[in-house]
Design a protein around this ligand. Structure first.
Ligand code: GLN
Length: 538
């Protein structure tokens, strides 16, 4: 019998439900169980692909091209699961399916209602994932906060689901907040009590309460929460703010014996997990042998979540080199305002991540030029590759006003341009070049050397490409196209020989990096950055 775990959240958003679900996944996987993780998002967008980073943070792309919630990034980084579009369901998708069914006459004669038609559709997605993934345990996280109107159908659906499969096979974990009130000098349990009461009102009684807090929960407080929330005291789990890294969360939950408890509740007999490899990762994060500073030159710099996977992959690159990384978030517009030297001086490496729209582009081009000319390691991701190309065209090939047609449709030198097939596209949702695509790496290239293989698959999310009309000109000037699509038509990786590390990809390697499997490009980039600083202390 398959087992189901539902993770809900209370009191406030941004409590780290996704991290908690992912960390539980790590522990269960290390107990020898096959896990699947799934996120339900109550908003009405069909997927987050069309949302601004200000609204949503990063859009996380899967192998199959699904544009999904960033929590799916945590799921893949914390476990070995490979996710597909089945692992992220939004209200938009649910209603789209229900309305299509209605138009096709599938409910003929019936009034179409939230219960049962919408809730059935939600339950169906859990069953489909359970079957297709072949997992022993399916962890489903419900986005939003208990009490949100739009989340109600999801909570109703999981209530029904648990009833149908039985409470030996399904449990509810509620992630809640226990704030420290300075004026009173104590942790307060009332928001948690009210959030659990709200859940119970709709028929969901949590089996486990994960209490997010700044300070430790003492015995009395645990007992109080237990009494008022009708939860055994050993099921009141403390999840304190981490000191150093989000990767400490699995170890923290293990100390609280949460995985033991979950297995007991679900009648799963498994050995305790061996987490020594994970402890070694934490050791490298807390007390690394070396240190380096990496500048990320972006446009959504004030937003913690906009470049989530990029920041994580940089940290993994650090782990691979036993190197602590200080990430310096650089607003590309500051480079335009204050000058490149002043803004970027003293960095070990410069990374330009993906992006859309013109704001900050000139600052990013200055950053690429500064990295190229001063032999500072440079890693460009998607837009970061396009930026490196434009910079080379303008400053080495002397193609004045060279640009991407995304930013200057009338440029005399469109070195980055839209593919013909993309020009015909009018709809915005899910129409970019998306998902895993094969790429052939050149023998003798830095990329080939780092990957240790010549055919790779990496995830994409873009509309514009290197314009092949300029390939020869670039090559003659020493620009190397070290990764191409198998038919040779699309440029996937560029690099500059003679530079310690100047490499950029049209794809997004950050989506495939994990703390226990750092991505080769990030490993190489951090190694080069560390090497530079080591040779020339700041
Ligand atoms: N805006 C660029 C394009 O669409 C780059 C996209 C990205 O960086 N993800 O091609």
């Amino acid at each position: 019998m398959k087992k189901f775990i539902f993770v809900t959240g209370g009191v406030v958003s941004s409590l780290g439900k996704g991290l908690t679900a992912a960390a539980l996944g790590t522990l269960l996987e290390n107990r020898g169980l096959k896990v699947a993780l799934q996120k339900f998002d109550p908003y009405l967008n069909v997927d987050p692909g069309t949302m601004s980073p200000y609204q949503h943070g990063e859009v996380y792309v899967l192998d199959d091209g699904a544009e999904t919630d960033l929590d799916l990034g945590h799921y893949e980084r914390f476990t070995s699961v490979k996710l597909t579009r089945l692992n992220n369901l939004t209200s938009g998708q649910v209603y789209q399916t229900v309305l299509n069914n209605e138009r096709e006459g599938k409910y003929l004669g019936k009034t179409v209602q939230v219960i049962p038609h919408v809730t059935d559709e939600i339950k169906n997605r859990i069953h489909v994932l359970a079957e297709k993934s072949g997992a022993d345990v399916i962890i489903t996280e419900i986005g939003g906060t208990t009490g949100d109107i739009e989340g109600l159908p999801f909570l109703e659906a999981i209530r029904e689901f648990a009833l149908e499969v039985g409470y030996n096979n399904a449990i509810f974990i509620h992630v809640t907040y226990v704030p420290f009130i300075k004026a009173a000098g104590e942790l307060k349990t009332k928001p948690t009590q009210q959030s659990v009461a709200k859940l119970r009102e709709i028929g969901v009684t949590p089996h486990v309460l994960v209490c997010r807090c700044e300070r430790p929960l003492d015995k009395d407080l645990r007992q109080k929460i237990s009494l008022f929330c009708n939860i055994p005291v050993e099921a009141v789990i403390e999840e304190k703010d981490v000191d150093h890294s989000i990767y400490e969360v699995p170890l923290m939950l293990q100390r609280e014996r949460m995985d033991d408890l979950v297995c007991r509740l679900l009648h799963l007999t498994t050995p305790t997990p061996n987490m020594t490899h994970w402890q070694e990762i934490i050791r490298k994060l807390i007390a690394p042998q070396h240190r380096v500073r990496i500048g990320v030159v972006g446009k959504y710099i004030g937003l913690q979540d906009a470049y989530k996977s990029v920041y994580e992959a940089i940290i993994h690159g650090g782990v691979a080199n036993d190197c602590g990384v200080e990430i310096v978030q650089v607003d590309a517009e500051d480079i335009e305002k204050n000058g490149v030297e002043k803004t970027l001086k003293g960095l070990g490496g410069i990374l330009v991540p993906g992006g859309f729209g013109e704001r900050g582009v000139e600052g990013k081009i200055l950053a690429a030029q500064y990295a190229r000319e001063n032999k500072i390691p440079y890693l460009g991701l998607c837009l970061g590759m396009q930026i490196a190309t434009i910079e080379f065209a303008r400053n080495v090939l002397k193609l004045a006003k060279a640009h991407s047609t995304e930013f200057d449709p009338a440029t005399p030198h469109p070195v980055i341009a839209m593919l013909d097939e993309q020009r015909k596209v009018t709809k915005k949702g899910g129409t970019m070049r998306l998902g895993a695509q094969p790429c052939q790496l050149a023998v003798g290239s830095k990329a080939g050397q780092l990957y240790g293989s010549f055919v790779i698959h990496e995830r994409h999310r873009h509309r514009y490409e290197f314009n092949n009309a300029y390939r020869e000109k670039f090559e003659q000037a020493g620009f190397v196209f070290s990764g191409l699509s198998p038919d040779g038509k699309l440029v996937e990786v560029i690099e500059l020989p003679g530079h310690p590390f100047f490499l950029a990809s049209q794809f997004h390697p950050e989506f495939l990096s994990k703390p226990h499997q750092p991505h080769p490009l990030f490993r190489g980039f951090i190694a080069a950055a560390h090497h530079r600083i080591h040779q020339k202390p700041i």
